[in-house]
Design a protein around this ligand. Structure first.
Ligand SMILES: NC(=O)c1ccc[n+]([C@@H]2O[C@H](COP(=O)([O-])OP(=O)(O)OC[C@H]3O[C@@H](n4cnc5c(N)ncnc54)[C@H](OP(=O)(O)O)[C@@H]3O)[C@@H](O)[C@H]2O)c1
Length: 337
């Protein structure tokens, strides 16, 4: 049912790298307990397995995630470090312990946030620096101007935007090249297909797919609401809760049956589907655990036959997934609703 292929590289922020990166967010926040020693071991294991793209943000664990990545980076030689794309983000401002946020895109804020991220990561240049969320009160020209200044100063290598509309992407790109757009994209979140995926491809920007495993829904161990830790963010996500959550379980059952037929883990199929959709997509599955890395990275050597792609497309066709992808507070600065 599937054939193996060599792993073709994809372009991101001036590097040709293996297409699957590592999302580090869960190592600090959102998906229950985390352990720094286990996370560091996973980071090193991912590197040994060829991962060259590591994704974080200043808001993940209120700096903890960048500091953790900094500890990992300090264990590498400068030649190893030079091969990596280390990406971080600014713009979401929260009080410790709170999910509610305000969005800051002002030039002064960007300058101070970049300095703080450089310090926590322990690097001289952030390879890819994203605006995490857009605040339209700051004109796009001003925000991109502030980021372009950071490029000229050598503090950031490339500019990215997260969860922006096609209009914002085009306006930003007219000021300074946008190297990457990062948005949620997976079998159960396909909104980017209509406009942002084609626009990024046309403009020569990479599309970085976040939550490509549907926050663990698209794995062999989908989270059940009664098994989630009290502080697990998925308790607040409509897609995992109540009637929507139960309806979505049916989708998982069908997907798991397909995976069993193909003799592949659900996660491998979910990531292979994302990779096969467009040649400029780089997914960043998140895991704290070495045991999940192999399943996830296997996706880059799996080719799903067209009939399998079509079955997945129709199983997860528009309208099939129940519930919003964010709670109300999570929509701040998201232009792709
Ligand atoms: N730009 C944005 O606004 C934004 C928003 C959200 C996320 N992100 C980025 O995208 C990255 C990835 O997204 P995400 O972490 O939200 O979601 P994800 O990658 O869709 O799923 C992560 C979840 O899946 C579990 N998992 C991973 N591999 C597994 C496997 N093979 N089998 C079973 N469970 C598995 C992880 O648990 P374990 O840790 O136990 O493996 C974790 O609970 C984040 O780390 C972050 O860097 C960006």
């Amino acid at each position: 049912m599937h054939t193996a292929a060599s792993t073709p590289t994809r372009a991101l922020a001036g590097h040709q790298i293996q297409p699957l990166g590592l999302g580090c967010m869960g190592m600090s926040e959102f998906y229950g307990a985390h352990d720094d020693a286990e996370s560091l071991a996973t980071l090193h294991a991912a590197h040994q397995l060829g991962v060259r793209h590591f994704d974080t943000a200043d808001t993940y664990g209120f700096g903890h995630n960048e500091e953790l990545l900094g500890r990992f980076l300090r264990g590498l030689s400068s030649a190893q470090r030079a091969e990596l794309v280390v990406a971080t983000k600014f713009g979401i401002v929260r009080q410790p312990g709170q999910y509610e946020r305000r969005i800051d895109n002002t030039a002064a804020y960007i300058r101070s946030a970049a300095e703080a991220s450089l310090r926590r990561l322990g690097v001289e240049c952030i390879d890819l620096y994203y605006c995490h969320r857009r605040n339209p009160e700051v004109p796009i020209e001003d925000m991109m101007g502030a980021l372009a200044d950071l490029v000229r100063a050598g503090k950031i290598g490339a500019i990215g935007l997260s969860e922006v509309s096609e209009e914002t992407l085009r306006a930003a790109h007219a000021v300074h090249p946008v190297a990457a757009v990062q948005s949620e994209y997976s079998l159960w979140e396909r909104g980017a297909e209509a406009r942002v995926l084609p626009a990024t491809r046309e403009l020569g920007a990479a599309f970085v797919a976040y939550s490509p495993l549907g926050r663990a829904f698209l794995t062999n161990q989908p989270p059940a609401d009664n098994s989630l830790a009290a502080d697990d963010f998925r308790r607040a996500l409509p897609r995992f809760q109540g009637e929507a959550g139960q309806a979505n379980q049916q989708l998982h059952t069908s997907m798991a049956a397909m995976a069993a037929e193909l003799d592949l883990p659900v996660a491998t199929i979910a990531l292979a589907w994302v990779l096969q959709k467009q040649p400029h997509v780089l997914p960043i599955p998140g895991t704290r655990r070495q045991r999940h890395l192999a399943q996830n990275l296997a996706a880059s050597t799996v080719v799903l036959p067209m009939p399998v792609m079509q079955r997945l497309d129709s199983l997860f066709a528009a309208g099939s997934v129940q519930g919003a992808r964010y709670p109300d507070a999570g929509w701040a600065g998201v232009e792709t609703r």
